[in-house]
Design a protein around this ligand. Sequence first.
Ligand SMILES: [Zn+2]
Length: 405
Amino acid sequence: MPLDYRPHLDWIRAQVPAQRDELLRLSNINSGSYHAAGVNRVAERVEQLFAPLGAAAERLELPAHRVTGERGEVLERPIGRALRLRQRPDAPLRIFLAGHLDTVFGEKHAFQAARALDDDTLNGPGVADLKGGLLVMLLALSALERSPWKDRIGWEVVFNPDEEIGSEGSAPLFRQGAARNAFGLVFEPSFPDGNLASARKGSGNFDVIVRGRAAHAGRDPHLGRNAIRAAADVVAALDALNGRRHDLTVNVGYVHGGGPTNIVPDLCIVKFNVRTAIADDERWLLGELDRILAAAQQREGYRLEVRGSFTRGPKVMTPAIDKLAGLIGDCGRQLGLALEFRPTGGCCDGNNLAAAGLPNIDNLGVVGGEIHSDREFMRVSSLGERAQLSALLLLRLASGELTWN
Ligand SMILES: [Zn+2]
């Protein structure tokens, strides 16, 4: 290293014990995406933690999330607030950072408490996805702000409350951030082996509401229109789309309909997820979906309705993302980390940033695994290691040793 970044990196390492304890506290606050009060409590704590950095803070109300209920009705489910911080918006190089406040574990889920499994391993809701990443970001930005080079870099952070339900409410914040920054750093957990993500599949969620006609199953079966039967054809046709396009997959993940078996069911709800590899997959899928619904509608007495959309476009590697990966890989080497980048089917806010034109690397958070399960874990040592990685990138850019443009 031509310049001496060591004191800044050592400072990070000294913060790890306190941040480990902070992570246990954050994990113990339930912030399931639909538990708005809990998400807001995490947002308030995060605002306190970042306050010493002196950035301008905005608390932003977001629209309720719309979901299809068991009777086919549209339910509005309130979500928590987003928090946005901006520092030196007129600096020559501006960087966007993001991490989500919510987890997949709702208020009534059995998995609520964090604990240490051993000296280097914490288990708890969100310890890796993504609360550990919030503290990685805090340490990296703190190191930049303590350095003599900070004025060259401005930064913007979005903490969103709805990543685990597709980030529809927070989407405008990502578009705004993409428009006014040079690149993005997102703090999802790394892969369990410590490596980082390159390309990511896109994702869409859709609901098909199939309505038929109720009738007595014994006396008047001919008057009924069995919604489950029609839905079964839709499910089979959707599943048959698998294998038709390279790396495009369809997963029917929810079916709900019917009741007492002496009634011809008049309602069946099908929910499915689609993963895409290239942008054109979206057009293709929507065309196939139209065809499947039109075939089902042709039968007399049935009405079908579809809700939903693609929420995340596929993240395809570009020269700018390659360049950012190269810079991060080089910082890793200086820290003794041999980081590899590989594609994944999982998606995150890095997809949305890329779709909005902002090159980004999106799993710069802690090393952990078994996320979205009660075995979720993170490595305590990675708090310091990953904060040093992002800090070194920021410090080298701020000092002028690395250039972006
Ligand atoms: Zn997640």
